[in-house]
Design a protein around this ligand. Structure first.
Ligand code: PEP
Ligand code: MN
Length: 344
């Protein structure tokens, strides 16, 4: 590990750094006469970087070396593959997730599920618990929504992703979900992250709309540190200044994350755009930037949706996006998971 101390460090602060290095088993070597640049040699562990960073004497960790966090890409180590039903994310695989924003009506959910399955989705999305900006908006069909998802999953063979908002609901959601979503608003909810980290079920972690990539990765670290290695990251747009789109899809973040971490990264062009007519363009942009999949809002009657109707695309548009995903994945040498492919 390479660390820089603050300039003109008072002796007790320097001593605290050296004491921690000793405690963690590092040999310390000063790299220049001012003794501000230190090389720490030792075995390293994921928590060491943060422990040093928390000391007032540390200006910066220039290179964490062997003390890398679990999310970090290690030289030569393979990418993480997360399997969700027939869908695979990462390590050369991409998957399309589609479905309504919220689970509302069972017949409608089944109709959408069958439609998206026919056009290449292997995972069905649908929120039973909805994190809404206003407490007066539709909050989701909750337990009833989970039951509907369970039945539709049985009828279609699709895997299911649905969001958990509260630590008290984790077990109930995990019973139905094949992929448990922690949404943007909860990205930094460490209690919830720890709770899903205790499971051995895949987690879809969405980026907070003003989170830096390091904050995003450290949120994933909570799940990984809990012993759950199955994490998929989702870029869903960050806050911008222009109301033309709901959020700004950060395609640079997708490319950067693929370099920072071995975890799969997908994009949600629907919550980024906030409008149906831009979803296809953003889905293409995300995949072109290296995403290992997409998650899109699809509805067969958007005008009746209680939630995010303006960004829901039709099945016809979804079919076009799915075809794009297949083409873009193959351009990148990735396999797009589909039932169609499995049936061949
Ligand atoms: C969602 O995917 O249903 C959702 C609420 O998204 P986000 O957390 O990205 O706002
Ligand atoms: Mn939504």
């Amino acid at each position: 590990m390479l660390v820089r101390l603050r300039k003109n460090l008072p002796e007790p602060e320097r001593a605290a750094v050296l004491a921690l290095a000793r405690e963690l088993g590092y040999a310390v070597r000063a790299l220049e006469p001012q003794r501000e640049l230190l090389e720490l040699s030792g075995r390293g562990a994921p928590d060491h970087r943060s422990r040093f960073e928390d000391l007032v004497g540390i200006e910066a960790i220039l290179d964490a070396g062997e003390a890398r966090e679990r999310f970090q890409r290690a030289p030569g180590a393979p990418d993480t593959l997360v399997q969700v039903g027939e869908g695979r994310f990462g390590a050369g695989h991409a998957t399309v997730i589609a479905g309504p924003c919220a689970v509302e009506d069972e017949a409608r959910l089944l109709e959408i599920a069958r439609g998206v399955r026919a056009h290449g989705a292997t995972v069905l999305r649908g929120g039973a618990y909805k994190p809404r900006t206003s407490p007066y908006s539709f909050q989701g069909s909750r337990e009833r929504g989970l039951e509907m998802l369970a039945r539709v999953k049985l009828q279609t063979g699709l895997a299911v992703v649905t969001e958990v908002l509260d630590t008290r609901d984790v077990d109930a959601v995990a019973e139905v979900a094949d992929l448990i979503q922690v949404g943007s608003r909860n990205m930094a909810n460490s209690a919830l992250l720890a709770e899903v980290g205790r499971l051995r079920k895949p987690v879809l972690l969405k980026r907070g709309f003003s989170a830096t990539l390091r904050e995003f990765c450290l949120a994933a670290e909570y799940v990984l540190a809990g012993g759950n290695p199955h994490v998929v990251l989702c870029e869903r747009g960050i806050r911008g200044f222009d109301p033309s789109t709901r959020n700004v899809l950060d395609v640079g973040a997708v490319a950067a994350l693929k370099r920072m971490t071995h975890l799969p990264v997908i994009v949600d062009p629907s919550h980024a755009a906030g409008r149906a007519d831009l979803v296809r363009a953003l889905a293409r942009a995300g995949l072109a930037a290296g995403a290992d999949g997409i998650m899109v809002d699809v509805h067969t009657a958007p005008s009746e949706a209680h939630c995010d109707g303006h960004q829901a695309i039709s099945l016809e548009e979804f079919a076009r996006i799915s075809a794009d995903a297949r083409a873009l994945a193959s351009l990148d040498g990735k396999r797009l998971s589909t039932f169609v492919e499995l049936a061949r």
